[in-house]
Design a protein around this ligand. Structure first.
Ligand code: ZN
Length: 193
């Protein structure tokens, strides 16, 4: 067993041994909110938004982008489980700001090994065994953080399956301070009506 696997299972054993009344939690999020945010390891929505088990839906992907699959989850979050206020939260220093779809395709063509990054950009070991498949994917990279929050809120807002009375708030989480900074243009785009 790998060290990390052992650590995870050990931590889970501790967690489940004091699970208590969480066994009786209902499936619908108690606070009726859904948060779409980045998978970045520095962001913990449970902590930065003051959540507990059972409180909210948290949908995460690279960049916190409003991909088709993120929208699929949001629509089910409301339609089946009753959330009625949504947040789109991107963050400072996001990895998605550091490359383009074309660069990702090139890196995957070089090899499947983890790439490295320095002040001149991303580099692949070009060790071989790569694939051109990455050239056929839109990696939903970000060139301007605030703009991408607005775009994602607009994309969700304009989906015909999203009720107009759900407000969608747009924020950027500051990795240096832990603060959520509103993007007023995004929140305006996501205003309920
Ligand atoms: Zn990120």
């Amino acid at each position: 067993m790998s060290d990390v696997l052992h650590e995870v299972l050990s931590a889970n054993s501790d967690y489940s041994s004091s699970f208590g009344d969480k066994a009786t939690l209902a499936m619908p999020p108690k606070r009726r909110i859904a948060i779409l945010t980045c998978m970045d390891a520095r962001l913990d929505p449970v902590k930065f938004a003051g959540l507990e088990e059972g409180d909210a839906h948290v949908i995460r992907n690279a960049g916190g982008r409003a991909s088709d699959d993120a929208i699929r989850s949001l629509i089910m979050s409301h339609k089946l489980l009753g959330t009625n206020e949504w947040f789109v939260i991107h963050h400072t220093d996001c990895g998605m700001l550091t490359f383009t779809t074309e660069i990702m395709g090139d890196l995957l063509s070089g090899s499947l090994k983890t790439a490295s990054v320095d002040e001149t950009g991303w580099h692949d070991s070009n060790a071989g065994g790569g694939t051109s498949d990455g050239n056929y994917i839109n990696w939903l990279t970000i060139s301007d953080n605030a703009k991408s929050v607005v775009e994602d809120v607009e994309r969700i807002r304009s989906n015909a399956m999203v009720p107009l009375d759900i407000p969608i708030y747009g924020y950027i989480y500051d990795c240096k301070t832990g603060e959520l900074v509103e993007i007023p243009a995004a929140t305006a785009a996501g205003k309920a009506s």
